[in-house]
Design a protein around this ligand. Structure first.
Ligand code: GTP
Ligand code: SPV
Ligand code: MN
Length: 585
């Protein structure tokens, strides 16, 4: 065994990975600033990174046009039995998949450096954190992992057990062969999880959740299995602190599908005087029951991998402040002045632009200059509204859980569930119009239970059961449904959203204090009065409940639930029946 590190299990695994992938050399990442700068220089030299003139220590880069988002059809859960993965996951037999992967990865790092990234999801030293080691042949991945997770010697020194995460862009180099700027595979992409042995193998993509393996792969797919076994929750949720004008503070968590507004809600700048939002996380929450019976949440991440398009000083000023420096921009447009740009950043595009594909762009082309899933990678510590408890190892107590999605019809602005079980039903029946965050048909309505459809590492029916089994706990958070995306018959949003979403959070805040007027409806409680004076909105268009549309919705949920067969918890059918009864079916 080679003494790569002081850690025996790691050394044994690295020996195997080196023998399999045959890199030209191996580099153990220490996570230092120097190392980061060296890698950025290397990426500049390779033509991947372009330094930005207006933003210190920041870079523009663009990917291969066929490597721009998560690839759900190439994402696999390889549990022993297909039933364990359930009807919503792509399942492959673990033995066959391993056999296939060993062939794919054989020699895949020839001519490249193998970077070894010890990383920690959660604050280093927290009993709730989980460590991983990602082996990758992509220096872009190393730079992004350093922002998104805690990496390097401080992790290696404390490393005990770890989740092995193997990543390769899948493009070996022959001696003297010139590398591509963004090597990846068009023909073969594999994002593979072995939930029982807690391993991740990713091949052929260098982008986002496909390649930064601490995020969706570990902190959601593998962690959801750990959470099921350990009695906790690993969720696709933002975490915020909300303070009212009297100085009282509560924490809330919210699950929205990809591209449906988590980062924006996490960074909300309230339009209502005296209210304050502070962020702990914008994408993932790990939640546990504390000894006082309350739910406590930590954010396992260290950075923000946020969507650019739509972000501006008016829609999200806090995000704009966060990305002034130390930021990697991927697939945005690039200005003649050496800065980045995306649709929605300013009303008019700058006069001269290079598109995300790296070619001259003009508005005559009638295509966006930035890719709709263009992203910024930035340290969470740069958020101007960071919550003081963001690294608290035990997490923050959650008073409300919010489920939201992108629905142009049917779902009202906000409603409160009658109880936990109905709240779980709301999560389970969530559906949303698809966005550019994953490869697929943008705008298509699909079921996305708990915003976890692409991220649950086991049978979704068992996941529902896991949520339901907490219903006997005391001090449960209240559960809400929100929808910022309702449209009128002209196709315009009926709700201004963004900073005005504080109106909804205010009502939720008051409800969790036993205040806040509410009216009972078949769906749950909706606000009795919400002071929206000054906003150009029609209350009816925000809160109306179309009985007929809801009956259709209920029918649709019933046929979706049938997918889970006998495994679907009976409580959810009871909830659906009760909803139909209230609707008068
Ligand atoms: P992922 O990072 O993929 O998980 O996405 P996310 O859930 O963090 O979504 P994000 O906050 O990045 O928002 C996605 C898109 O929705 C952006 O284009 C936003 O501008 C837009 N958006 C966010 N909040 C609102 C809102 O309140 N109203 C409207 N109309 N659009 C919003
Ligand atoms: C999402 O798609 O939910 C994201 C982006 O947060 S990625 O990291 O690519 O999964
Ligand atoms: Mn996300």
């Amino acid at each position: 065994m080679t003494n790569w590190t002081p850690h025996e299990k790691l050394n044994a695994w690295l020996d195997d990975m080196v023998a399999l992938c045959k890199p030209s050399s191996l580099h153990i990442c220490d996570g230092s600033q120097e190392e980061y700068e060296t890698l950025c220089q290397l990426l500049i030299h390779k033509g991947v990174f372009v330094p930005l003139k207006q933003r210190a220590n920041s870079f523009w880069c663009h990917s291969d046009p066929q490597d721009v988002a998560r690839v759900e059809e190439a994402t696999f859960i390889c549990s022993q039995n297909q039933e364990e993965a359930g009807p919503t996951n792509n399942w492959r037999d673990p033995v066959e998949m391993r056999h296939h992967l060993l062939k794919l990865f054989a020699g895949c790092m020839q001519g490249r450096v193998m970077y070894v990234i010890p990383f920690c999801m959660g604050p280093i030293g927290s009993p709730y954190s989980v460590m991983g080691v990602e082996v990758t042949d992509s220096p872009y991945v190393v730079c992004n992992m350093r922002i998104m997770t805690r990496i390097g010697s401080s992790v290696l020194n404390l490393l005990e057990d770890f989740v092995p995460c193997l990543h390769s862009v899948g493009v070996p180099l022959q001696p003297d062969e010139k590398d591509m700027a963004w090597p990846c595979r068009h023909d073969q992409k594999y994002i593979v999880h072995f939930p029982e042995t807690r391993e991740i193998w990713s091949f052929g993509s260098g982008y986002g959740g496909n390649a930064l393996l601490g995020k969706k792969c570990l902190a959601l797919r593998i962690a959801s299995v750990m959470a099921r076994d350990g009695g906790w929750l690993a969720e696709h949720m933002l975490i915020i602190g909300v303070t009212n004008p009297a100085g009282e503070k509560k924490y809330m968590a919210a699950a929205f599908p990809s591209g449906c507004g988590k980062t924006n809600l996490a960074m909300l700048q309230p339009s209502l005087p005296g209210w304050k939002i502070e962020m702990l996380g914008d994408d993932i929450a790990w939640m546990r029951f504390g000894s006082d019976g309350r739910v406590y949440a930590i954010n396992p991440e260290f950075g923000i991998f946020g969507i650019g398009p739509g972000t501006s000083t008016s829609s999200n000023p806090n995000a704009m402040t966060t990305i002034e420096k130390n930021t990697i921009f991927t697939n945005t447009a690039f200005t003649a002045e050496g800065d980045i740009w995306w649709e929605g950043m300013t009303l008019q595009p700058p006069s001269s632009l290079t598109s995300w594909k790296g070619v001259p762009w003009s508005s005559d082309l009638a295509i966006p200059a930035a890719h709709p899933n263009a992203r910024f990678t930035v340290p969470l510590s740069q958020s101007p509204i960071l919550d003081p408890l963001w690294e608290d190892p035990k997490g923050v107590p959650i008073s409300a859980i919010i489920f939201g999605s992108r629905r142009s019809t049917v779902i009202p602005l906000v409603y409160e569930s009658f109880n936990w079980e109905q709240g779980v039903f709301i999560g389970a029946s969530l559906s949303s119009e698809m966005t550019a965050a994953a490869k697929g048909e943008v705008g298509k309505l699909r079921h996305d239970p708990f915003a976890m459809l692409p991220f649950c590492g086991y049978n979704m029916a068992d996941y529902f059961k896991h949520w339901l089994h907490f219903s006997t706990k005391e001090h449960l958070p209240r559960i809400y449904s929100v929808n910022w995306f309702r449209k009128n018959s002209e196709g315009q949003f009926v709700w201004p959203g963004y900073s005005e979403n504080i109106h909804v959070l205010k009502w939720i805040f008051e409800r969790t204090s036993g205040e806040g007027d509410a009216k009972e409806t078949p769906l749950g409680f909706i606000p009795e009065h919400m002071d929206l004076s000054g906003l150009n909105v029609r209350i009816a268009s925000l809160f109306s409940i179309d009985n007929q549309a809801w009956r259709k919705e209920a029918e649709e949920i019933r046929s979706y639930f049938a997918l889970f067969g006998e495994r679907l918890p009976k409580e959810l059918i009871d909830q659906l029946n009760a909803l139909e009864e209230r609707l008068g079916v």
